[in-house]
Design a protein around this ligand. Structure first.
Ligand SMILES: NC(=O)c1ccc[n+]([C@@H]2O[C@H](COP(=O)([O-])OP(=O)(O)OC[C@H]3O[C@@H](n4cnc5c(N)ncnc54)[C@H](OP(=O)(O)O)[C@@H]3O)[C@@H](O)[C@H]2O)c1
Length: 429
């Protein structure tokens, strides 16, 4: 087969962009064998062309002028590896409008402006792909959109933020939240300002994208209920260990009776569950569906080379499916209602701190029973006239659990507001 050169434009030539170029150069023969095409970076847009780069771009490739980049007829497919909402969003819109397919590694852009960008791609008849925007090297978007297209996925569980997973693994070995954050920052897993990671915002953007793809209905970043790991204390981590569980920051997307719930929050995960074994900065996504039962994908969820591998895979997919109409739109074919948070069901863990007086436990159990919530497991510890009570509750609607806990919080014996997290169990709760 005759080889055809395909010109690639990179919006950004930083950690990911330079890795994409290196991969296209070093794997050119493999890509040609697979596609019959040689992909070559012909332009890259940057702020400062004089900056030293880990893998230098070719002569004359770097430019600071977007119009030159957009209007270059040699740029046939674009990889957006610049990050941020602006100007990256305007550039992607302009390039799609100019009829150039785009692949993006930018979760914030896809999670916030996906609807508009896909409309622009559809109008221009070109592809917009975004594998690298979620979990870097793990090919979860491709698996959901292509391999599982008819499998009715109704639940997605994900550990999709490596920084917080590293911190929680570190807290499990002992130490406070502050110690874990300092360690993650020293090792380069957390940024100087870690807010995006520890607040759950980074994971929420990824879960919005995954839920959209899994359920075929638009879920935006703002639709995701989000709680970070900042309030976790060693007492919760130790209680989880006593109950045979670990704490993870979990994204949970549920499709129930035609309504969607997407949330990111710390959860207690049973030790026997596949997500419990995901250690350190790794990511994992578990997909549950009618035909597939469950599939778990695990791997490195960040890093320049790892992210670049997903960008290159998307470029290769665009080349392989150009002109076929394959995956040209974002496959959002229905509007689904939001499941009211009060109706979202899960087993729950509750941590209570009470003064050590007779009858408190029975009183708390009676309030839970009044809301039809039953206790699966209970551990009580006494310390200096106070008692810590750790409860695992059977699956129940969040609204009923919250109502019972509001009543319990009003008891004079309850020393701190009850602390509640969902539990991810293999079976039986
Ligand atoms: N790094 C990772 O581990 C990772 C993982 C998953 C996803 N991602 C995503 O991949 C994308 C790129 O990340 P990265 O780590 O490669 O970022 P990076 O190293 O900061 O690179 C950003 C590149 O974009 C260029 N750029 C930024 N703003 C620009 C502007 N206004 N005009 C022109 N050029 C501009 C920069 O130019 P200069 O070089 O001249 O400054 C730089 O080359 C982001 O969306 C990120 O979220 C990264």
């Amino acid at each position: 087969m005759a080889s055809v050169d395909v010109g690639i434009g990179l919006l950004g030539y930083g950690t990911v962009g330079s890795s994409v170029n290196r991969m296209l150069v070093e794997s050119a023969d493999e890509i040609e064998r697979a596609t019959g095409h040689r992909l070559r970076v012909v332009r890259a847009l940057v702020r400062d062309p004089a900056k030293e780069r880990p893998f230098p771009a070719g002569d004359g490739v770097l430019t600071t002028d977007f119009e030159t980049f957009r209007d270059d007829p040699e740029v046939q497919i674009v990889a957006e590896v610049m990050g941020g909402l602006s100007p990256a969003g305007d550039y992607v819109r302009a390039l799609l409008g100019a009829g150039k397919p785009v692949v993006s590694a930018n979760k914030q852009l896809i999670a916030r402006d996906g609807a508009e960008l896909f409309a622009a791609a559809s109008a221009a008849g070109v592809q917009l792909r975004f594998e690298a925007s979620v979990c870097a090297a793990i090919p979860v978007v491709k698996v959901l959109r292509e391999s599982l297209v008819v499998s009715n996925v109704h639940r997605v569980l994900g550990i999709v933020n490596g920084t917080t997973n590293f911190m929680l693994s570190s807290m499990e070995r002992g130490g406070s939240y502050a110690d874990a954050l300092a360690e993650a920052q020293a090792l380069g897993y957390a940024e100087a300002d870690p807010t995006d990671d520890v607040s759950g915002a980074d994971a929420a953007a990824k879960m919005a994208i995954l839920a959209t793809v899994a359920f075929g209905s638009r879920v935006r970043f703002e639709d995701v209920e989000c709680r970070g790991i900042e309030e976790l204390e060693p007492v919760h981590v130790n209680a989880a260990a006593q109950l045979g569980m670990v704490i993870k920051l979990v994204g949970i997307a549920t499709l129930l009776d035609g309504a969607v719930d997407v949330r990111v929050q710390p959860a207690l995960v049973e030790r026997s569950h596949p997500l419990a074994a995901v250690d350190g900065a790794f990511n994992a996504v578990m997909l549950q569906g009618d035909a597939i039962r469950e599939i778990t994908l695990e791997g490195p969820g960040a890093g320049g080379v790892e992210t670049a591998s997903a960008v290159v895979a998307d470029l290769v997919s665009v080349v392989g499916t150009a002109g076929t109409g394959f995956l040209q739109n974002d496959a959002c074919w229905r509007e689904l209602a939001r499941l009211p948070s009060s109706e979202w069901r899960s087993p729950f863990y509750v941590h209570l701190e009470v003064s050590d007086r007779p009858g408190v436990l029975a009183h708390a159990a009676s309030r839970l029973a009044a809301h039809d919530v039953s206790i699966a497991q209970l551990v009580q510890r006494l310390e200096d006239g106070a008692a810590a009570i750790e409860l695992v509750l059977h699956r129940a609607p969040f609204g009923e659990v919250s109502a019972a806990l509001r009543e319990i919080a009003a008891f004079p014996e309850v020393l701190r507001p009850p602390f509640v997290l969902p539990v991810i169990a293999e079976r039986g709760l």
